[in-house]
Design a protein around this ligand. Structure first.
Ligand SMILES: O=C[C@H](O)COP(=O)(O)O
Length: 262
């Protein structure tokens, strides 16, 4: 836990988090080796590190990292129902039973390729929370919205649809990841100022609905082409509490270098 001053408000503690999203990469052996490499290189610190792996790795990854207090495991999706005839799906409670603590929800790839809309994502957030998992809720605008200057409206609507029905206690379990779609996997990063502006916007929306203290407690991560060479500058912004890392999370040395950027 690291003291953070946001816009000269009172000093409070908010978690710094670096989460990797492996997406659909790493076969079983490669994934096991990557978890072990991160676990070996990671130093004890106040930064919480999360590995978002495909389902096949979750149980083993949770077992490998079980004695490392600042390292946790995330799934990349869950179903909104507790159980039932949903062939190929995995329920949030099943993830929890494997030692998983977090689940990435609302990622733009799920929205784009699997038709997930705000209503469905909100129901998955509810399912995750009911199972004791912390959602890492992803939001972000497409390039058209950025070019039209409507990014605040687009992201604001996503945040409202997914989170405003929660209680303050539930919000405290949520991590938000702002990921402009135009920056994902493109090598084109939002500038630190663009990230800060959007994170401050999201926090202001949360403050308006849940109150300033609740909003100040939510970690908001930036995602989109974060690399060892740009992480430090992005993470230096007062409302940027960490990163959700795609490509650079697949190499232990790069990922650890990003973690060490705080
Ligand atoms: O979830 C992670 C994001 O999609 C960012 O991916 P990237 O770091 O490869 O751009």
């Amino acid at each position: 836990m690291v003291p953070v001053i946001t816009q000269q408000r009172k000093i409070m503690k908010r978690k710094h988090i670096v989460a990797g999203n492996w997406k659909m990469n790493m076969d079983y052996d490669a994934g096991r080796d990557l978890v072990k490499a991160v676990a070996d290189k990671l130093q004890p610190s106040d930064t919480l590190v999360i590995l978002g792996t495909p389902y096949i790795h979750l149980r083993n990854a949770a077992s490998i990292i079980k004695d490392i207090s600042n390292l946790k495991i995330a799934a990349q999706n869950c179903h909104q129902e507790e159980s039932g005839a949903f062939t190929g799906e995995v329920a949030a409670g099943m993830l929890a039973s494997c030692g998983v603590d977090y689940v990435i929800l609302g990622h733009s790839e799920r929205r784009e390729y699997f038709g997930e809309d705000d209503q469905l994502i909100a129901s998955k957030i509810d399912a995750a929370l009911a199972a004791g998992l912390s959602p890492i809720y992803c939001c972000g605008e497409k390039l058209e919205a950025r070019e039209a200057g409507t990014e605040n409206d687009v992201v604001g609507a996503q945040v409202e649809a997914a989170l405003f029905h929660l209680s303050t206690e539930q919000l405290a379990q949520v991590v938000i990841a702002y990921e402009p779609v135009w920056a994902i996997g493109t090598g084109k990063t939002a500038s630190p100022e663009q990230a800060q502006d959007m994170h401050a916007h999201i926090r202001a929306l949360l403050a308006g609905h849940f109150g300033q203290e609740a909003a100040d407690g939510v970690s908001i991560l930036y995602g989109g082409s974060v690399k060892p060479g740009n992480a430090k500058e992005i993470f230096s912004k007062p409302d940027v509490d960490g990163g959700l890392i795609g490509g650079a999370s697949l190499k232990a040395a790069d990922f650890i270098a990003i973690v060490d950027s705080f």
